[in-house]
Design a protein around this ligand. Structure first.
Ligand code: ADP
Ligand code: MG
Length: 453
């Protein structure tokens, strides 16, 4: 029986559907259109150069195998790249205007808050961030003109989110100096907004945030439970998106898991592309250290890089910190850096945290220990045993995770960071003065840590 090109592509998709994640199917395969076929090949059309490179690289073999299953060996895929045409409606909702070249907003310039050190050249690529970097580069090359709007980059503390999103801004400006870029963290956005209300300057606020070609907001998890800020950000987002301006966001977790965030915002965060950055593997950690050393014109024996990279595993900021500490120690004491020196200096930072422990997990174990449901820890109740368990739990979150006080507070029903500090102080005091209390805390901690081995 003879199939036409559309039917063949449908069959290929049906095979791929079994092999790839539904998100992959939606993001990469749905926008593909079968164009034509001849005796030897099926030509498919992809939306742009970036999609082509990504799809070919990641899924080329898989797609050709699926095609062989349908059409027999020797039948190959051919690609056609569609440039500048509107993208299919299912990819973004609603489709913004895809115009090229980037229309540049007019008006007075303002500082972009970018750190020029954060560029693509200094960003080391590894399996952990390959996709995020590729997407970031695609956005940097044609801000507002890809389907990745917004681009949301998420990942744990110190894994390079700020570096990567700022690299987009620096690149776009280098390519086109007239591009108006604005980078802020979510707290600055909130503060500016509150200020503008107090000083009756909301028009100025909108003028600043809605008159850019690229808006980057870092750490959007801190919008959690801030209703008015979220409302304002919603309108800022819409205004920019409708004009085809690029929005780039970072978060410490996937948008769908953001706490205290309005649904309409969460859904907008998923309009474009959501990419994650994972903790780096050993090779990438070593490569990052090497890069940092090169940038500072420092030569170190390879075993030093290996030693640091083996022992500091969770976070790139700590990795850098460890190296800086080592360099400082050696230069202050006028000695060469040997493995022995490295071991000595890094002893206290080398507590390897191989697996990340989540706040949710600590809450679960704490609540189990005291035999009550874990949502009481996040509730408003001030009943003594619960309040005390909550304090222990906050203390353990600080001790066993890399989360900031703010983030910890957010996980406990949106309490603020001073409550967390208070909890930590009280717990430390009681550990010192009350044996039964200390045993409780140790028992919980042991259970959490054992589960990580
Ligand atoms: P995050 O915003 O995710 O907490 P940052 O972007 O602040 O993390 O990164 C922490 C430090 O690690 C920065 O100094 C950054 O330059 C560096 N860093 C992170 N990822 C990389 C990478 N892939 N290559 C080079 N340096 C990196
Ligand atoms: Mg950051």
């Amino acid at each position: 029986m003879q199939y036409n090109h559309v039917e063949i592509w449908d069959k290929v998709l049906a095979i791929l559907k079994e092999e790839v994640h539904p998100n992959t199917l939606l993001t990469w395969f749905r926008p593909i259109r079968p164009l034509k076929m001849d005796e030897k090949s099926l030509t498919i059309q992809v939306p742009n150069q970036f999609s082509y490179e990504w799809i070919e690289q990641q899924y080329g073999v898989m797609m050709n195998q699926a095609l062989s299953q349908v059409m027999g060996n020797g039948f190959k895929l051919a690609y056609s790249i569609r440039m500048d045409s509107p993208l299919p409606a299912e990819l973004t909702v609603p489709p913004p205007s895809y115009t090229k070249p980037l229309p540049v907003a007019s008006g007075p310039r303002h500082p972009d808050n970018l750190n020029s050190r954060y560029c693509f050249d200094s960003y080391v690529e590894g399996e952990c961030n390959k996709f995020a970097k590729a997407a970031a580069l695609a956005v940097a090359k044609s801000p507002g003109s890809t389907t990745f709007n917004p681009l949301v980059v998420y990942g744990g503390v110190g894994l390079g989110k700020t570096h990567l999103i700022q690299a987009i801004g620096n690149y776009a400006k280098e390519q086109n100096p007239a591009t108006r870029v604005l980078y802020v963290d979510s707290e600055r956005f909130t503060a500016d907004f509150i200020n503008s209300i107090q000083k009756n300057k909301t028009t100025e606020f909108s003028g600043l945030y809605r008159n850019v070609d690229i808006l980057m907001i870092d750490d959007i998890q801190f919008f959690g439970n801030k209703e008015r800020t979220q409302d304002e950000f919603f309108h800022t987002f819409n205004a920019l998106h409708q004009k085809g301006k690029q929005i780039i966001l970072s978060s410490d977790r996937p948008p769908k898991d953001l706490l205290g965030m309005e649904e309409r915002l969460k859904s907008r965060f998923q309009w474009g592309l959501v990419v994650d950055i994972q903790p780096p593997d050993l090779e990438t950690r070593q490569a990052i250290l090497q890069k940092k050393a090169e940038e500072s014109n420092i030569e170190l024996p390879p075993e030093i890089f290996h030693f640091i990279a083996t022992h500091i595993t969770s976070n790139i900021r700590e990795l850098e910190g460890a190296m800086i500490r080592l360099l400082a120690y050696a230069s202050l004491n006028g000695i060469d850096i040997t493995l022995e020196v490295a071991k000595k200096v890094l002893r206290d930072v080398c507590i390897s945290k191989t697996k990340a422990i989540s706040i949710e997990y600590i809450q679960k174990i704490t609540a189990e220990h005291f035999s009550f449901p874990d949502d009481l820890l996040r509730s408003k109740t001030r009943k003594k045993e619960i309040a005390q368990a909550r304090q222990i739990c906050m203390y353990l979150c600080k001790l066993l995770t890399d989360s900031s006080l703010k983030t910890i507070g957010l996980h406990f029903g949106g309490r603020d960071h001073s409550t967390v500090i208070h909890a930590i102080n009280c717990t430390e005091e009681l550990i010192g003065s009350n044996v039964k209390f200390r045993q409780d805390v140790e028992a919980i901690r042991n259970r959490i840590e054992i589960s990580q081995l």
